[in-house]
Design a protein around this ligand. Structure first.
Ligand code: ADP
Ligand code: MG
Length: 383
């Protein structure tokens, strides 16, 4: 049986933006509809996160919780340690202007203002720069997005790609550390979309935290992290990364079946020669695979890290653990454990995953038989 040293998922997460058990239920004459079903998400500073999901999956609702445009039915949103929904409405609005830049799918530039004036609007609201500094700052931002020469044009006089670039410049007006974008490429041709993504990538390199939601998988390639949302729930990222061949519904179901485990540095996770009853996925930290050698004592034959898995060899072959597995001394380890029964269910649901795991085990066993000089058991537990 698994003995979870349980830390609630919501407590573990840290980051510049934290959503803790966020639920959003809309109440309309037609009845209740829960669009977000307990979202736990932490975004790290400087990360470029893509949130991907089908239309209606809850992407915009999720962003509206982050920006404070709407409010959760329950749960918390902390941004840089500040509880967004403990603030008064007016404080939240000012906070948003200072800390967030928001890019909308339909640009939402004011048609009677030229691009420069559009970019200056948020500056006027927050009052971050002196009045006489604002045009210069706004022009610098338009230059950054390649629109310096169009500064005096009205929105309708430039292309849609350029309008979206101007909207990004506007989102950057107060040099907010976080940029939030709702399908920013949804109304652009592929070339303009590519320019927008280039720009996001560059901003992320410069240290901005970016959250972009999209329904288009091709837009996520250059994000540093991708999070899937389906029917108001996030797919567990460790599951998605360590078992990538599963369908999203199976990933989602596994998310309900796994048990989180926490180990202190150096703690034993599996003992050699003991039966293995779970598949383990590494959420954070590193684990050492340790063998006892007659002559040299203990030897670390491999180190596994985030999104690696172990236990599959024993589960597939019915054997006992051939080595001990320990949390590395450098820090604590968080794992997800999947029971033998759930593992059987998983490989029945996904023949592709079963084949990939079986191939992986076979390769590892062959490598064991053919020791090479660089490291005898290298690759034993490695993909
Ligand atoms: P996405 O942005 O992924 O397309 P949304 O977050 O806009 O999805 O919507 C998620 C679900 O919540 C949809 O089924 C939508 O119909 C519903 N929804 C969104 N806003 C409201 C609202 N104000 N009242 C009732 N239902 C809503
Ligand atoms: Mg939407």
């Amino acid at each position: 049986m698994i003995q979870p040293i349980s830390v609630p998922a919501a407590e573990q997460i840290q980051g510049i933006i934290q959503m803790r058990d966020v639920v959003k239920t809309f109440i309309s004459p037609a009845g209740e509809f829960t669009a977000l079903k307990g979202i736990n998400l932490a975004l790290q500073e400087g990360e470029f996160t893509a949130v991907i999901g089908k239309s209606g999956s809850g992407k915009s609702t999720l962003l509206n919780m982050l920006t404070g445009i709407d409010h959760p039915t329950s749960g918390q949103v902390l941004v840089d340690g500040v509880d967004l929904y403990a603030m008064s409405e007016s404080k939240r609005s000012l906070w948003r202007g200072r800390n967030l830049g928001i890019v909308f799918q339909f640009f939402q530039l004011l048609p009677m203002l030229n691009l420069l004036e559009n970019v200056m609007l948020p500056m006027d609201y927050v009052g971050k720069y002196e009045i006489d500094q604002r045009p210069k700052k706004a022009l610098e931002l338009l230059d950054l997005v390649g629109l310096k020469d169009q500064a005096q044009q009205l929105p309708q006089a430039v292309s849609r790609g350029q309008q979206q670039s101007a909207a990004i410049a506007r989102a950057l007006a107060n040099d907010a550390p976080i940029l939030v974008a709702d399908e920013p490429t949804g109304n652009l041709d592929s070339q303009s979309a590519c320019q927008v993504i280039d720009l996001f990538e560059e901003l992320s390199r410069k240290g901005k935290t970016i959250v972009m939601v999209t329904h288009d998988p091709s837009m996520t390639e250059r994000a540093s992290r991708t999070v899937f949302i389906s029917d108001g729930e996030l797919v567990n990222e460790t599951i998605a990364q360590s078992l990538p061949l599963l369908t999203h519904p199976v990933m989602m179901e596994l998310g309900h079946r796994v048990v989180p485990l926490h180990f202190q540095p150096g703690a034993t996770i599996l003992e050699r020669n003991k039966a293995v009853d779970n598949l383990y996925m590494i959420q954070s930290g590193r684990v050492d695979i340790v063998l006892k050698e007659r002559r040299s004592g203990e030897v670390i034959i491999s180190t596994l890290e985030r999104n690696d898995l172990f236990g599959e060899m024993e589960l597939l072959q019915g054997g006992r653990s051939i080595a001990s597995v320990r949390a590395s001394l450098e820090g604590p380890v968080d794992l997800l454990a999947l029971s033998r029964e759930d593992f059987q269910w998983l490989i029945k649901e996904s023949p592709l995953t079963e084949k990939a795991l079986t191939d992986m085990v076979r390769t590892r066993l062959e490598e064991r038989k053919r020791p090479d000089r660089r490291g005898r058991r290298r690759g034993l537990f490695r993909k």
